[in-house]
Design a protein around this ligand. Structure first.
Ligand SMILES: C[S@@+](CC[C@H](N)C(=O)[O-])C[C@H]1O[C@@H](n2cnc3c(N)ncnc32)[C@H](O)[C@@H]1O
Length: 274
């Protein structure tokens, strides 16, 4: 998962820099000293935000010590250890005191929470009045494959996506939620809401091939028993390191990844829960 999050940051870097520039525009004139990256994973948000806010430290919060170890290694490589703090915490439990926070970033993490509305209220309480919240949600899993793979199983990726959507509805029901009204319910004023789409075509970059392989490998693992044996065997050939069907060497890949972003602000002069 950590390797996939790093590749995600590399392959989707244009979208990430657009979103962080949008955050910086909204924060224009604000003093930003403390950023909270909630469900930080390997720190995609932390490392993309820090260059915009030269006086800020980032607190990366995650329940996974493995993710946080990886994030600390990256902070060392980038020479920003003095600006990055990691906190291992389960955000479904009572939150640690993070001190006064100017900016909260929650990318692809809110849908992991058992009670995301409670988490949004906690974000509101953690932010100082006037502080900003950026929420990023995945609109499904990126798509890479043509409908006809030339191996006799047309529509394979569509079937995978449908089976995964079905599975997610059972295991992660908040994924793909419309967070705007829920930000408003938690007390935030919505500053903006925008979809972002990243599309790649030929020549397909090498990191995007490895990203496709990782995404499809996770798909394969998750869909055991939910797809026909024929579909699974085509998937196996696609995710293989070698072989003519491998996504590492096919010349018919494209990529379409979609994200939705909401920006909220805690109004000046309002306490939490008022
Ligand atoms: C899909 S990853 C997103 C990582 C990162 N924000 C990004 O955009 O690349 C979700 C992260 O949320 C973390 N997470 C899930 N449930 C959590 C919880 N209850 N408390 C804290 N972190 C959690 C996971 O460990 C994982 O690193």
């Amino acid at each position: 998962m950590a390797a996939m999050l790093d590749l995600d940051a590399e392959v989707l870097h244009t979208y990430l820099s657009e979103v962080t520039s949008w955050v910086a525009d909204l924060a224009d004139g604000m003093t930003v000293r403390r950023i909270l990256d909630l469900g930080s994973g390997t720190g995609k948000g932390t490392f993309a935000l820090l260059p915009h806010f030269k006086d800020a430290e980032a607190i990366a919060v995650d329940s996974s010590p493995h993710m946080l170890r990886h994030l600390r290694d990256k902070a060392r490589e980038r020479g920003v250890t003095d600006r990055v703090r990691t906190v291992e915490a389960d955000l479904d439990a009572a939150w640690p005191d993070f001190g006064e926070v100017d900016l909260v970033w929650a990318s692809a993490s809110l849908h992991h929470m058992a009670d995301p509305d409670r988490a949004l209220r906690d974000m509101f309480a953690a932010l100082r009045p006037g502080g900003l919240l950026a929420v990023i949600e995945l609109e499904g899993v990126p798509r890479f494959l043509p409908d006809d793979l030339g191996v006799g199983r047309p529509g394979l990726e569509a079937r995978c996506q449908a089976a995964m959507a079905h599975q997610r509805a059972e295991t992660m029901p908040h994924m793909g939620a419309d967070w705007g009204p829920r930000l408003a319910d938690a007390g935030f004023v919505i500053e903006g809401e925008r979809p972002f789409t990243v599309e790649l075509t030929s020549p397909f970059p090498e990191p995007a091939r490895r990203y496709a392989q990782m995404v499809l490998r996770r798909t394969r693992t998750g869909l055991d028993g939910r797809l026909s044996a024929d579909d699974l065997s085509v998937l196996d050939a696609l995710i293989d390191d070698d072989g003519p069907q491998s996504v590492l060497r096919r010349n018919d890949l494209t990529m379409r990844a979609e994200r939705m972003v909401w920006m909220g602000r805690r109004p000046e002069g309002r306490g939490a829960g008022e």
